[in-house]
Design a binder for this molecule. Structure first.
Ligand code: FAD
Ligand code: NAI
Length: 508
């Protein structure tokens, strides 16, 4: 009895302390302190974008040394790895976004956040022009500002290869709105199929979802859709669920070419069990209102009827990126993938090393992934923190030199003739120079993860310079814990964990 009473009291104390700590942390996060205002004597750093690269930079940069402005058409960060989960309602959209102001509010010096699209960069005049492209506009909707440093982190847009019909009829999987549109369209297809008097042929068409692109986006969307079909639709629409089909079309000989061979085979066999039809060596040529035109492996054209088509055909640079590349000249900017930058992420051809590029808008030796963009963002934060310290030291040195010059003019004491004083100035000058030297960016690949449906995931993991391939339910547990810990804030982690629990209890 004594033991049980003590155990009860200890548990109560632990619970109350944990709840108190949780409350304290959340409230501290909600009410950060007063910030320093912008300082005209500091240099201006403009960051374009609020995605993986920009947010990682913002998180670690010491804003005391710069006047920072963030410009992005989205005033939030989107955790893309869980976007396919939002598409089928496993996770709510708000759970995977984090307002950019949440991060900037916690900075020492105020950071200006502007919800606008950067439309033009003049690399020689060092200006950027941006426009409010949202639905509600004020009297002023376009503005041009100067910068000393510009960080281009605008990501990429979906590659369509100008294939006819994609923009009009397909759904993408890149932005939060795409996932919401997907949700609406899937349900609409099912309800339309349930409309009284619908022919069998039309029902089969409406319930056929085609996913184009066998990269990780297409595979994850197919896997998540399968779960929705299996766990929820089969109970809610028992007469329609067996007629629902998912087809994944890929132009190359296999899906997921970036994963190891055994994981590709595992994914293909899991999809077979899940009744997801994979069509490899098949090229989409045209997307129509109610069908998709493909070139089959034997070189023939075939029309595949479908109710919904998801386009996940890869990345291409945004117009802002290609325009900037054009201005910097073909000689320096000669890679179609995006802005050519050196191993310090400095854009080739930009005057005074004033433009940096990172993430999907840059053409670096790395894959266009969140992992790369966030490591590059953290690296750039270190670079700017160093540059900030250097600028501070240089200003102090200039003040000292000015005073020495004044002394020389007033009393004729020339510090150049005093070896000790001259040595001190030289040492300080060298320190300023050294401060400006930064190590090149080094990417550390942690591995690749993808969800393939039926509570299974695949992972190519790098551990102690060795590669491990892993697949199955335990990998899925790892996938979940890895993404839960990578989410940006405690708020996101709490919301996503609660969403997962809600789905287990009540379905999607
Ligand atoms: P983004 O994160 O795309 O951010 C670009 C930002 O720029 C956005 O805020 C955008 O609003 C803004 N912007 C756009 N145009 C302008 C403009 N004109 N002016 C100013 N701002 C602008 N990678 C992984 O490593 N692991 C994963 O599991 C993974 N899953 C993914 C799942 C999906 C569905 C998708 C689509 C991608 C996934 N990726 C994953 C890839 C990853 O999301 C990208 O590589 C990453 O987002 C690149 O970061 P970024 O900062 O370069 O661009
Ligand atoms: P992707 O470029 O990886 O794959 C696109 C696929 O579409 C290609 O395999 C291509 O052959 C195919 N394709 C293009 N046009 C086609 C056509 N006309 N007909 C048939 N197939 C066609 O693009 P994805 O999946 O959007 O990924 C983009 C980047 O984001 C990649 O670097 C990827 O690694 C990363 N990513 C990573 C994830 C993860 O690690 N879990 C998840 C999602 C994306």
């Amino acid at each position: 009895r004594w033991f049980l009473q003590t155990l009860g009291r200890v548990t109560l104390v632990i619970l109350v302390t944990s709840a108190g700590t949780f409350y304290y942390i959340t409230q501290k996060d909600r009410h950060p302190g007063v910030q320093l205002p912008h300082d005209p004597s500091k240099k201006t750093l403009v960051i374009l974008g609020s995605g993986w690269g920009a947010t990682s930079l913002l998180k670690s940069i010491d804003t005391e040394a710069f006047n920072v402005t963030v410009i992005s058409p989205k005033n939030f960060f989107l955790f893309t790895p869980l976007l396919p989960s939002v598409a089928v309602g496993t996770v709510a959209g708000r759970s995977i976004i984090q307002p950019t102001r949440f991060i900037t509010r916690h900075k020492k010096r105020r950071v200006a956040v502007v919800e606008a699209e950067a439309e033009e960069i003049d690399p020689f005049a060092k200006t950027v022009t941006f426009t409010d492209t949202s639905a509600v506009k004020g009297e002023v909707a376009t503005k041009t500002i100067n910068y000393d440093y510009l960080v281009c982190a605008v990501g990429a847009e979906t590659q369509t290869f100008n294939i006819p019909g994609i923009q009009e009829h397909a759904v993408f999987m890149k932005e939060l709105n795409d996932a919401i549109k997907f949700q609406d369209r899937v349900i609409d297809c099912i309800e339309t199929a349930a409309f009284p008097g619908q022919t069998e042929e039309e029902i089969r068409r409406l319930l056929h979802v085609v996913v184009v692109g066998g990269g990780p986006t297409g595979v994850e969307v197919s896997g998540e859709l399968h779960d929705f079909l299996h766990d929820d639709l089969s109970n809610w629409y028992p007469e329609l669920a067996p007629k629902m089909r998912i087809t994944l079309i890929e132009a190359l000989p296999s899906v997921l070419p970036m994963f190891s061979k055994e994981l590709i085979a595992y994914t293909e066999s899991t999809f077979k069990q899940e009744k997801i039809n994979i069509m490899t060596n098949t090229m989409v040529k045209e997307v129509r209102d109610k069908s998709v035109l493909v070139r089959t492996p034997d070189g023939k054209d075939d029309e595949v009827p479908c109710g919904l088509l998801v386009w996940a055909g890869g990345n291409k640079p945004r117009k802002l990126t290609t325009d900037l590349m054009g201005k910097l000249g073909k000689e320096k900017q000669n890679n179609k993938r995006g802005l050519v930058a050196d191993d310090h992420l400095i854009v080739a051809g930009a005057p005074d090393n004033s433009i940096y590029a990172l993430g999907d808008c840059a053409s670096t030796p790395y894959a266009p992934t969140a992992q790369v963009a966030s490591q590059q963002g953290a690296y750039l934060a270190r670079v700017f923190n160093k540059l900030g310290k250097r600028d501070l030291l240089a200003t102090e040195l200039d003040t000292v030199k000015g005073e020495l010059e004044k002394m020389k003019a007033e009393s004729g004491v020339d510090f150049e003739k005093d070896p000790e004083l001259k040595n001190k100035v030289t040492v300080a000058e060298r320190a300023v120079e050294d401060m400006g030297k930064v190590r090149p960016f080094h990417y550390s690949h942690q591995g690749s993860l993808a969800y393939i449906g039926s509570d299974k995931a695949i992972a190519d993991i790098n551990f102690w310079q060795r590669k491990f391939a892993s697949a199955g339910v335990m990998t899925y547990v790892f996938w979940r814990s890895a993404y839960l810990s990578t989410l940006f804030s405690l708020r996101n982690r709490t919301l996503v964990a609660t969403d997962w629990l809600k789905v287990k209890l009540f379905g999607r």
